[in-house]
Design a protein around this ligand. Structure first.
Ligand code: NAD
Ligand code: TDX
Length: 332
């Protein structure tokens, strides 16, 4: 069977992708993950041992990565430090993983002539004004705002340079905000859901007018599989599902779906440099590769996600206390 190396496969989107691949293809999956605070081996616990191999390690460890890449067919690179608020508090791990780690993977795929798909974010494009009629496209200039998004932008540029200078067979995708099961409680949607489950009030940064373009993690996975199978080498594809909503609307919807008054939340200190709005135009992916999202109704996807957190308190509870202590220190 063909073998996929999934970096960061014990994190939110990587573990959803491992489930998607094992349930929808013949690929065997090898996950390499450092198990930082954001990684959780339990997110892969229900996958069959004959299809999934787990290796604990750092993607910046060139010797380990060389060994692993030499023995697979395709590398799908999810591993990253991924949270903006952490990057504003301590940027150093973002440079290590997002830049040095991506460099180690690029050197290994170059040496062995392996196919790479690099996972990135819409945040590399900076933000849009609320009333801007345009959305991000593959041609939008890079303009990142935070240590997180600037290191992701840097990792994309490394991939592009290795394609051009060394002929590495890579593709890149830049996706909008994901939601779904297995997302760490530091992120917006799981934080609010688990606050309500704990009897705490949701916390909205600033006025809550900032807009994010939401996509279910399964739709992100199907888009990545489409690019691996049909994408043109050297190309970038934007992934999005036309899910723009402001944060206030999302908090009110979570409260309503959980049977609470829609105004039972608190405004807290805003994020420094807070990007106003992200919006993805995924026309290229849809017209060239024929991809379509399957979660067309955000409310249904959100209700299923709430149900998952309700049923899986044992998965998220160990991280909740430290996460809220971190936010309390920031006044958030
Ligand atoms: P996450 O923080 O939930 O998971 C990251 C995983 O990478 C964790 O399992 C962690 O242990 C692992 N990791 C971190 N440093 C590592 C290292 N040095 N070596 C090996 N493993 C390491 O992140 P996520 O939200 O699942 O994001 C995954 C990818 O998708 C990232 O590249 C992110 O930039 C991108 N992305 C995320 C979103 C989103 O909405 N969350 C949207 C677009 C793109
Ligand atoms: O408690 C909160 N209250 C709040 O209002 C938190 C945690 C967040 N927010 C706001 C900030 C953002 O406007 O909600 C929005 C979403 O916040 P995050 O979940 O931190 O996501 P964001 O900063 O938009 O970045 C996410 O999408 C792009 C992922 O974390 C990135 O990894 C991805 O690249």
């Amino acid at each position: 069977m063909p073998r996929l190396l999934v970096t960061g496969g014990a994190g939110f989107i990587g573990s959803n992708f491992a489930h998607y691949v094992i349930n929808n293809s013949d690929y065997d999956v090898i996950v390499v993950d450092k198990l930082t605070y954001a990684g959780n081996r339990a997110s892969l616990a229900d996958l069959p041992e004959d299809r999934l191999t787990f290796v604990r390690g750092d993607i910046a460890d060139a010797r380990l990565i060389d060994d692993l890449v030499g023995n697979v067919d395709i590398v799908v690179h999810y591993a990253a430090e991924s949270h903006n608020d952490n990057s504003l508090d301590d940027p150093r791990p973002f440079l290590h993983t997002n830049l040095v780690g991506t460099f180690a993977l690029l050197e290994a795929v170059r040496k062995y002539g392996k196919r790479l798909h690099h996972i990135s974010t819409d945040e590399v494009y900076g933000d849009l004004a609320f009333d801007d009629p345009n959305r991000f496209t593959e041609a939008t200039p890079y303009n990142p705002s935070s240590p997180y998004s600037s290191t992701k932008a840097g990792s994309d540029l490394l991939v592009r340079a290795w394609v051009r200078s060394f002929g590495v067979a890579a593709t890149i995708s830049n996706c909008s905000n994901n939601y779904g099961p297995y997302q760490h409680v530091e992120k917006f949607i799981p934080r609010q859901i688990t606050n309500v489950l704990r009897g705490l009030r949701p916390r909205l940064y600033g006025e809550g007018r900032n807009v994010r373009d939401w996509i279910h993690a399964d739709d992100h996975s199907s888009a990545v599989m489409t690019i691996i199978e049909k994408g043109r080498i050297g190309e970038t594809y934007l992934i999005g599902a036309d899910g723009e909503k402001d944060n206030k609307t999302v908090v009110e919807l979570i409260l309503t779906l959980m049977g609470r008054p829609p105004d039972a939340y608190d405004h807290v200190a805003d994020r420094p440099g807070h990007d106003l709005r992200y919006a993805i135009d995924s026309t290229k992916l849809r017209t060239e590769l024929g991809w379509r999202p399957s979660f067309s109704n955000f409310e249904h996807g959100l209700a299923a996600t709430i149900e998952w957190y309700r049923k899986n308190e044992a998965w998220w509870a160990p991280a909740k206390g430290a996460t809220e202590a971190f936010y309390a220190r920031l006044g958030q």
